[in-house]
Write a protein that binds this ligand. Structure first.
Ligand SMILES: *Cc1c(COP(=O)(O)O)cnc(C)c1O
Length: 337
């Protein structure tokens, strides 16, 4: 497996640190907890989309694109990272934001990622929930083509065969770090949404025969649908890389969607507890939509005895803390005393 065969730009801060979470491990009293800091990839406050964008933007440049189009939810971290790299490459970027939550709080609609999208110079426009976002992007692309430009469409979350290469590479990176530290990783846990992160990780772990099981915690789709999305993309990415898609076994794709709560982007009590716990035991910021729910799943699994004492569990921090500023009221903070 030789990822240098694929066009790639280098702007992520890599490798991201792999750190022990000593105080949190002690507090929860379960396995040894580690954290892989993909919140520290460096692009406009970081996050997992940066790894995917290294391959996607290289493809855009190779195809001589002059404009970027992408989509996401209102507080999309993917959109924010895309707007930042588009700015660096001097390309106009148009972001279509789907109103999945119906929130009208000005903090949600204008602060956090939405503020940064605009600060990076992108245009944003809103679409109602359940819009066919791929069709909406294609429609905009056609208008731009009619005006003589050459737009490049990045799918939601950067999740296609090209974007997933970023997480195939992350699987190799993490395995190498673990080897260098003589750390036996028993489980890798992370939040899964548009599925490119998990698809790349599962494929990377299989292709390198590392044997590290990947456990996704869903933030939107029910289990069956989420697992099928991840499995399908992992197989397509394998094919794209010239590997036999059968190296990805269906049973290696696990996405537990028990922690979604009322829906995508809607807070849960367990998420609030998880975000506070990480902030107060490790000084690390999670986010309300992805990593907070992902970590709430990990906390619950620890409490249910899913992991053995002495096992090493790595939580992949996929970023997103900027969206905390879109949810200022959900944390019930004490204020000045
Ligand atoms: C997009 C995102 C995820 C999910 O990654 P996918 O590749 O879309 O499954 C997890 N955490 C954060 C913070 C994200 O922005």
């Amino acid at each position: 497996m030789h990822l240098s065969r694929y066009p790639r730009l280098h702007f992520a801060h890599l490798p991201t640190p792999l750190e022990p979470m000593t105080r949190l491990s002690e507090h929860l009293g379960g396995p040894n907890l580690w954290i892989k800091r993909d919140d520290c990839t460096g692009l406009s406050s970081g996050g997992n989309k940066t790894r995917k964008l290294e391959f996607l933007m290289a493809d855009a440049v190779e195809k001589k694109a002059d404009t970027i189009i992408t989509q996401g939810a209102t507080q999309s971290n993917h959109a924010r990272q895309t707007t930042a790299i588009a700015a660096k490459l001097g390309m106009p970027c148009h972001v279509l934001l789907e109103d999945r939550t119906g929130y009208e709080d000005p903090a949600y609609v204008y602060n956090g990622n939405v503020l940064l999208d605009q600060l990076h110079g992108s245009t944003i426009s809103k679409r109602p929930a359940d819009t066919d976002m791929n069709a909406a992007m294609e429609e905009l692309a056609q208008q731009l083509r009619d005006d003589g430009s050459n737009p490049y469409i990045i799918p939601g979350g950067g999740s296609n065969e090209i974007g997933a290469l970023g997480y195939v590479n992350a699987a190799v990176e993490l395995t190498t770090q673990a080897n260098d530290q003589s750390l036996r990783i028993d489980h890798l846990v992370h939040a899964t949404g548009s599925s490119g992160t998990q698809a790349g990780l599962v494929l990377g772990m299989e292709a390198t025969n590392s044997g590290i099981p990947v456990y996704g915690v869903g933030v939107r789709a029910p289990r069956q649908k989420q697992e099928e999305m991840v499995f399908g993309l992992a197989q397509r990415t394998a094919e794209f890389m010239g590997l036999n898609p059968d190296i990805v076994k269906r049973e290696r794709v696990v996405a537990n969607s028990d922690y979604v709560g009322d829906g995508y982007g809607l807070p849960t009590n367990a998420m609030v507890e998880a975000v506070k716990m990480m902030a107060q035991y490790e000084g690390i910021l999670l986010d309300p939509v992805y990593s907070g729910k992902g970590f709430s799943g990990l906390i619950d699994l620890i409490r249910k005895g899913h992991f053995r004492k002495g096992e090493n569990v790595v939580f992949l921090h996929t970023g997103g803390s900027i969206s905390l500023f879109g949810y200022p009221d959900v944390f019930d903070l004490p204020g000045y005393i």
